[in-house]
Design a protein around this ligand. Structure first.
Ligand SMILES: [Zn+2]
Length: 322
């Protein structure tokens, strides 16, 4: 009984101050030991999982919103087991939500093991009809672990410890008309203080055009862009980049991948608009930190900030704002 209660307390890593009626002082003393995030700071971790996406948003209270789960068998080793699960466990904190942008294997391959090991409260994904073993496996895993499923649809909004997460796309009509899962990507806008980030999965030019036609200018304008489809030349049209106007562009991409990602033309288009571009294939895992007023980008080799040009740019910065 006590063990179960302690486990419940430890699991409550980031909620409001914990009060358990009748609980002993010994039990309550466990609460401050719970892992916490950096007070007032939101972090977006772009994990180096090779060719694929695995992003982890950490709230100021140390909770996580995971976006995509990297590749998995048969195209690659299980990124959930190999990278994401140990990464999150080392830092502590509960996983509130797993968002999967779309069912391609380089985004959902690690999801079945991730769901089983980290047990998020909710799974949010588009529900695009897909029959890959990994996609079916992750739905089975969610069901087996009692993870609530919610369709990602335009208008859905989550508030997580003061971080606002909004789904800009897809809407149901657009989703029903798609054959390519990339174009059904869940598009997230994350707002914290004055800072905004846009995470666009593998959206390509058709979905970018849909966003330009259906989202407001304020919804698309963002300080940080997770570049679409690993920097493929089939994404990041001039009109879309003009609407977003990111100061920082993050590219999740595998070293020496066979697709030629990221395209030199996309990198040039971002640089031409004054964005500092960071790539996981060059710099490894990227950590974007913001207090809601300013931002900085941390890699294994250094820290870069648009507010402080005197700091040296870490490897992976292929351009800096003028
Ligand atoms: Zn992809």
């Amino acid at each position: 009984m006590i063990a179960a209660l302690l486990a419940a307390v430890v699991r409550r890593t980031a909620g409001p101050p914990l009060v358990i009626a009748g609980a002993s002082a010994t039990v309550l003393a466990w609460a401050p030991l719970a892992p916490r995030g950096d007070a007032g700071v939101v972090e977006l971790h772009v994990l180096d999982v090779g060719q694929g996406d695995a992003l982890a948003l950490r709230t100021p209270r140390g909770r996580w919103l995971l976006v995509d789960a990297g590749p998995g068998p048969p195209i690659a080793p299980d990124a959930g087991r190999r990278t994401i699960i140990p990464y999150v466990r080392r830092r502590g904190g509960e996983v509130a939500t797993l968002v999967l942008t779309h069912p391609d294997l380089d985004h959902v391959g690690g999801a079945p093991t991730l769901l089983a090991a980290l047990e998020p409260d909710a799974l949010v994904e588009p529900g695009f009809l897909a029959t890959s073993g990994a996609y079916e496996g992750l739905l089975d895993s969610a069901l087996a672990h009692g993870v609530a499923w919610r369709p990602s649809r335009r208008g859905l909004s989550l508030d997580l410890d003061g971080v606002r997460v909004r789904v800009l796309a897809p809407d149901s009509a657009w989703l029903a008309a798609q054959r390519d899962p990339n174009e059904a990507s869940t598009i997230l806008r994350i707002e914290y203080g004055a800072m905004a980030m846009l995470l666009v999965g593998d959206a390509e030019r058709e979905q970018e055009a849909w966003l330009l036609a259906n989202a407001t200018a304020d919804e698309l304008r963002a300080d940080v862009l997770k570049v679409g489809h690993h920097g493929s030349r089939t994404s990041s049209t001039a009109a879309f980049l003009d609407a977003v106007r990111p100061r920082v562009a993050l590219v999740s991409v595998g070293r020496g991948n066979r697709y030629g990602h990221p395209a030199p033309s996309v990198l040039a288009a971002l640089a031409a608009r004054g964005a500092a571009v960071f790539r996981t294939d060059v710099a490894g895992t990227l950590v974007l930190r913001t207090n809601g007023r300013s931002l900085e980008l941390v890699t294994a080799t250094g820290t870069w900030s648009p507010e402080s040009s005197s700091r040296s740019a870490p490897a992976g910065a292929v351009s800096s704002p003028p």
